[in-house]
Every structure is written in C-alpha cells, then in structure tokens.
Design a protein around this ligand. Structure first.
Ligand SMILES: C[S@@+](CC[C@H](N)C(=O)[O-])C[C@H]1O[C@@H](n2cnc3c(N)ncnc32)[C@H](O)[C@@H]1O
Length: 245
C-alpha cells in the first residue's frame, strides 16, 4: 500500500506518462541502453527493473532473459504494456507495486536495474536495501541516475533548484555517498557517457548474504572505484564510457 508521498508520485507520473517518452525519455534513451548493456546477464537470468516507467529499457534486454518491470504509476505501466504488445516483448512482465515494499522473496533475481528512480522514491536507502536483498549472491545492481555534483558550486545550485525539481517528480540533491551510507554495497565501477554528463551509471555488487532490511549492518562501502572500461561479462553492443571514474 503506497504511502502519501508515493500516492502523489503515482499521480505525478500518471501525468508524465502522456509525454514522458518525447521529453525526458528522449534525453536519456542512450544512457538507458548503456545501463542495460552493463548488466552481466546470461541466458535464463531473471532481471528486475525497478521503476520501469514507460518501459523504455525493455527492448534492450536479451530475449532469453526474464524481465520483471515494476512501477507505481498505472499511467506509466499502461505505456509499458503497450510497448510490450507492439514490440512483442513476451519475456517482459509488468507488476504494479511500491519499489520500497516489493512483493518478491529474497534472492528472486539475478540482477536489478534502477533507472532514474532512486531520486524519485521517498526513501532511496530503503529501495537499495530491498534491491540488495532481492539479488542472488554474485548479482549486480545497475543504477542510472543524476547524483549531486561533487563540485561545491554545482552542488549548491542543485540544492537551490531542488524544490523546483521535487514539484515535477524527482530531486536534484541526492548524493551517491549518502544513498550508500550504511549499506554493504560496493561500487564496482561507475561512469558517465559524456565527460560533462549529469547522469551517471553505477554498477553495484554485494557479497553479503541477504538479511532483513531492518537489520542492515553498517558496513563500509567504496564511494567509487576505478572503472574497468567494460562490464566483466556482457553481451550485445557495448559503449565505451567517456567519463569513467
Ligand atoms: C523518472 S521515471 C523513470 C522511468 C524509467 N526507469 C526510465 O528510466 O525511463 C521514475 C519512475 O519511477 C516510478 N516510481 C516512483 N516511485 C516509485 C515507487 N515507490 N515504487 C515504484 N515505482 C516508483 C514512477 O512511477 C516513474 O515511472
């Protein structure tokens, strides 16, 4: 059952769904593709796409992978369903649920993708804690998002503009370090498609066996590690990341 904030988010994205693909979606389509292609999937894997929206990522998954797209907004999901029908994406299934209370057992998925959703939910740490719980050992979580700049001037501007962005459905002041604080997730690598891009693709892994979300230990995490230029084992066309850190 979504909380008050999630109910507002759901209505906001019902509105967004009417023009999402032609506006924000058009800006991020290449990054979504890059995020999906950095998943080290193999045939038969199960992937969860949290906050799947209008399903723009769905055509990028290999057809021998089972994909579950979860979202809160019926408007966004209905666009995703239409995309699945029109493009014959029988390997993709859609679920309406709150990503912070996902209806799946621990270790239900091999990998998880979270595109532009971590800065939309009311509790990003909870979202990640659940994601960590739902992946099998050795699985990856790929996050595509804007994170607050590490440059003080830019970070100040992002904080200043945050109330405006919140009104249209996301926040601009979320720092990657803050989201990862207290989690046992490690940044395997992260990169930007372009040097001055505001969106970052972050590949996270966890060696920890799943425990309850409430019982998370406060282990250490790497803020950002050196990036291998390519994912360890991926398929399909690959991009050479421009701004690897
Ligand atoms: C900016 S859109 C991103 C959609 C898609 N991942 C993409 O990259 O195009 C954010 C999505 O997150 C969904 N969302 C927001 N809060 C959510 C929650 N608590 N549970 C599930 N989905 C949520 C919204 O409905 C919306 O579809």
């Amino acid at each position: 059952m979504p909380g008050m904030k999630e109910a507002i988010t759901s209505r906001t994205y019902d509105l967004w769904s009417k023009f999402y693909d032609l506006t924000f979606g058009a800006l991020v389509v290449r990054r979504q593709w890059a995020a999906v292609t950095h998943l080290p999937v193999k045939s038969g894997d199960r992937v969860l796409d949290l906050g799947v929206g209008t399903g723009m990522t769905l055509p990028h998954y290999p057809r021998d992978v089972q994909v579950v797209g979860l979202d809160l907004s019926p408007g966004m999901l209905s666009k995703a369903a239409r995309r699945c029908r029109q493009q014959n994406l029988g390997h993709c299934h859609l679920v309406r649920a709150d990503a912070m209370f996902p209806p799946f057992a621990p270790q239900s998925f091999d990998h998880i993708v979270i595109c532009h959703t971590i800065s939309v939910v009311s509790d990003p740490r909870r979202l990640l804690a659940w994601a960590q719980r739902m992946i099998r050992p050795g699985g990856s979580i790929v996050v595509l998002n804007h994170f607050q700049s590490t440059q003080p001037l830019m970070a100040g501007l992002e904080r200043l503009l945050n109330p405006l962005f919140v009104k249209i459905g996301w926040r601009s002041d979320l720092a990657l370090e803050d989201v990862l604080e207290g989690s046992d997730l490690t940044v395997t690598y992260s990169f930007k498609l372009r040097c001055f891009d505001i969106w970052r693709i972050v590949v996270l892994t966890s060696d920890r066996s799943p425990t309850t979300v409430a019982g998370r230990s406060h282990g250490s995490h790497a803020a950002a590690s050196a990036a291998p230029p390519h994912p360890p084992s991926t398929r399909g066309p690959r991009l050479q990341p421009a701004g690897a850190v």
